[in-house]
Design a protein around this ligand. Structure first.
Ligand SMILES: [Zn+2]
Length: 727
């Protein structure tokens, strides 16, 4: 079959012309403004039309790629061949690399119904491999087709790859070159995206392309469990995760050691193997140190003598006494068990997260003397000692150490004790150094001297929450579309500060996870709206440009709402409204005041609006978004917009009440109006969440108890009503 140049593929045509109304065509044109005009001009010459088409083709392919490659050149020409005329040459590969290729070939077979022939035959000839082991790639480098020097000196070179097409003797060669196996994995996945974006049903279409790409951040991943459940057991989840370019997920390990020092470590070792198959590093982690001694029968709970001695001589439930000789012995045994039984080369541990009360303690035995600094430094010494002993058994066992709100005042002291090869992920759950912070107007790591530590040669990562209302433990999602601007802002900070790892709390749904993956790979590439457009295009929405616009309109109210409200705190937030409307002060911290997020937004923008004006403005934006949703006709988008609109309507009613509370008639009206508005929320939330492709196990575990919220809210308002009556 002769190689032809396809001006357009079916997919691209669909994206361009699939929308029926003139309105939607105009929306598409926002992505590609001048080109659309050129195409509409029937008087232009064929040549001009071809040029315009080529440019349009480039734009359309680019929008479908995830994440956006750092260096991407498309000529606009696409070569089409029969699936029977394609071949693949791989050179020498490791077993791991061969598995990547096998999976790639299986997906190819499924899509095109024909095997990729081995060897050099074929009109389309793909050469995929590791440069140092592949002569064809080396030759392409010598001829200047591939820039192997640039490929080799990219950041995170083990994950970098290059894809270059080259015509020779009437055939098309495609080179997928990588320095190491991870890079090969990404080269194969990106090439697949390029082909799928362009191909018709019975034809393989390959756009002429030149890519050199690498990730900004080395380790990009999620906390992979809901409680004790690990959410990435299945191949399909791991394949999706790896395909998004995320490469690390950790899970909670629940070891126990009983008094006879017998060690039990329930772990299914096959999960590490399954992860590796999709280029995902699955890492076991153990709970915070002070959780280990806490309960008899759990972890190391059968060793009460190792617990800290309280000031009054009684045992302190959770903390350790590191002066006790058996404390080191126990940890050594534990790490030994990891080294012998867990088939992972990385292991993650958390120091104590609780702060000893009043900055002293927690152990007041004659050796510890209530010295909190010594407590945390001794803990690190214990951990490092045990890990070194484990390395004697398994030399490849690497350690990730996570800081905590407990270690925060002593981080400089503990860093001095940590070897430079250990990765240190910064985490703080509350107080100064909080990486779960809910405000968007701050640099997340302002409280950490990252530059100094990086200069000293430490490997630094971070554990943030990106979807603000996503509850860390339960993963419940209250609001849609919270991430693109926030994640980009955070990732730019992390990349600029030279962080090596981002391990986020995030519900594993398509939008948020894709946003995290996009900006962890290429933080300075797309704008938040460009990302949203790309997500919508990949989802094959009717009008990606319009969908992207709607998502960015909705992010603002979503972030304002979620700034103080997480799944665990929603009941109190909603109850606070009821208290306030009854003229009472809520008996808990003002951080449950729902208006804080809106106040923060006003401060951030410097708009000078009152809270009520801000909320009215957001409500208008929500209504505008709903109108636009009709043109996109996507359930996730529409139900998400309706949910946010309902919430903002509740808040608008509340701020109107506050504004008019001196007027008894008006105040009574707003008070009467709010209950039915709130009663509508659960249904709206259920409808929206049902449209998400969230992992089912996660969804089940994260179901919010809206019934409880409503019951408590109604009880509160009823009580208020009664009081009013008795007055
Ligand atoms: Zn002690």
């Amino acid at each position: 079959m002769k190689i032809g140049i396809c001006a357009f593929s079916a997919t691209l045509m669909l994206l361009l012309n699939g929308c029926g109304t003139e309105h939607q065509k105009n929306d598409e044109a926002k992505v590609i403004p001048q080109l659309k005009n050129k195409l509409a001009d029937t008087h232009s010459s064929t040549d001009l039309k071809n040029k315009a088409r080529a440019k349009l083709n480039c734009k359309m392919i680019k929008v479908l790629l995830h994440p956006l490659p750092h260096e991407l050149e498309l000529s606009g020409k696409t070569h089409c061949v029969s699936p029977q005329a394609c071949s693949l040459e791989i050179g020498s590969l490791s077993i791991q690399e061969l598995l990547f290729v096998e999976d790639f070939k299986a997906r190819w077979m499924k899509r095109f119904g024909a095997e990729l022939e081995a060897g050099k035959a074929g009109k389309l000839h793909i050469v995929a491999g590791i440069v140092k082991k592949n002569k064809s790639l080396q030759e392409a480098g010598k001829k200047g087709v591939l820039d192997l020097k640039r490929l080799a000196d990219r950041p995170n070179p083990e994950q970098a790859y290059s894809i270059v097409t080259n015509q020779s003797n009437g055939n098309l060669n495609v080179y997928l070159a990588a320095n190491e196996s991870s890079g090969l994995y990404y080269a194969l996945r990106m090439f697949e995206q390029l082909v799928l974006a362009s191909s018709r049903k019975q034809e393989v279409a390959v756009p002429e392309v030149r890519i050199i790409d690498w990730p900004d951040i080395k380790a990009r991943g999620l906390w992979g469990g809901v409680g004790r459940k690990f959410a990435f057991e299945g191949d399909s989840e791991l394949s999706e995760f790896g395909g998004l370019t995320l490469n690390e997920v950790n899970f909670a390990l629940y070891p126990t050691i009983s008094r006879d020092m017998s060690f039990r470590l329930g772990v299914d070792n096959s999960r590490f193997e399954r992860g590796r198959r999709h280029n995902v590093n699955i890492v076991p982690r153990v709970s915070h140190m002070e959780h280990l001694l806490k309960r008899p029968g759990l972890f190391f709970g059968d060793f009460p003598e190792l617990r800290a001695k309280g000031k009054d001589g009684g045992g302190m439930n959770r903390f350790w006494c590191y002066a006790h000789p058996n404390s080191q012995l126990l940890l050594d045994r534990f790490y030994e068990g990891i080294a012998r039984k867990v088939e992972s080369n990385q292991f993650c541990i958390w120091p104590t997260e609780s702060r000893p009360p009043n900055g002293e303690g927690p152990c007041f035995c004659p050796a510890c003397k209530g010295d909190a600094r010594a407590y945390f430094t001794n803990e690190i010494k214990h951990i490092i000692h045990a890990w070194r002993k484990a390395q004697a058994i398994r030399p490849s066992l690497k350690l990730t150490l996570i800081t905590s709100q407990g270690t925060y005042p002593y981080n400089d002291d503990i860093l001095k004790l940590i070897p430079k090869e250990v990765r240190i992920d910064l985490y703080g759950g509350s107080g100064p150094g909080n990486t779960y912070i809910n405000e968007i107007n701050k640099q997340l790591l302002a409280g950490y001297p990252v530059a100094k530590w990086r200069q000293q040669g430490y490997r630094i990562g971070v554990v943030p929450i990106f979807a603000l209302s996503c509850d860390g433990a339960a993963r419940a999602m209250l609001f849609p579309f919270m991430t693109p601007s926030l994640v980009k802002m955070r990732m730019m900070e992390f990349v600029d500060k030279g962080l090596e790892a981002v391990m986020a709390w995030l519900p594993f749904d398509s939008f948020n996870t894709a946003a995290m993956a996009e900006f962890a790979w290429n933080a300075h590439g797309r704008t938040p709206e460009e990302f949203a457009v790309s997500w919508a295009a990949q989802k094959r929405l009717k009008s990606p440009a319009l969908a992207g616009k709607i998502i960015c309109m909705l992010e603002r109210p979503a972030v304002a709402l979620s700034m103080n409200m997480r799944a665990r705190t929603m009941i109190r937030c909603v109850q606070s409204l009821a208290f306030r409307m009854n003229g009472q002060k809520a008996p808990w911290s003002p951080r449950y005041d729902m208006l804080r997020g809106f106040e923060a937004r006003i401060q951030l923008d410097g708009s000078g609006r009152t809270v009520h004006e801000e909320v009215v403005h957001m409500l208008k934006t929500c209504h505008d978004a709903i109108k636009l949703c009709r043109k996109v006709d996507d359930e996730e988008l529409t139900t998400g917009a309706l949910l946010l609109t309902q919430w903002i309507t509740v808040i608008e009613n509340y701020t109107a009440f506050l504004k008019h509370q001196q007027d008894p008639k008006l105040a009574k009206k707003f008070k009467a109006d709010i209950s039915p508005l709130i009663a509508e929320l659960p249904k709206r939330w259920e409808t929206w969440i049902a449209t998400l492709d969230l992992n089912k196990r996660l969804l089940k575990a994260s179901r919010l108890d809206f019934a409880k919220v409503m019951k408590e809210f109604n009880q509160q308002t009823d009580a208020g009503e009664k009081e009013l009556v008795t007055e």
